[in-house]
Design a protein around this ligand. Structure first.
Ligand SMILES: [Zn+2]
Length: 99
């Protein structure tokens, strides 16, 4: 096995993978609940947000500031391992840049 493969099977590697998996499930569950119950709580929409730094990946960067109405299909978050993206919750109708 390669050194990289050995690392991810080491105690430290397994701990990191388990931690990230737990974070992944927590973020995904939270975002699914937002999508399912947000409209009932008065949420009008969501705004996709990246961290706006040089670590944002090519996969996530096109979604920055993308607007979704409540109930509309939207990207599940996190989109990938170690994704740091999130949704801003909009409680008023969204018109580009004006709340
Ligand atoms: Zn992301």
């Amino acid at each position: 096995m390669s050194e990289v493969g050995d690392y991810w099977l080491s105690d430290e590697g397994l701990a990191i993978r388990a931690s990230e998996f737990a974070r992944f499930l927590t973020v995904r569950t939270f975002n699914n609940a937002l999508q399912m119950f947000g409209r009932e709580a008065g949420v009008k929409g969501f705004l996709y947000r990246t961290m706006l730094d040089n670590r944002v990946c090519d996969f996530c960067s096109p979604y920055e500031a993308r607007h979704y109405r409540a109930g509309q299909f939207m990207k599940f978050l996190p989109q990938h391992f170690l994704c740091r993206c999130g949704y801003d919750i909009l409680v008023e109708e969204y018109t580009w840049g004006i709340f």
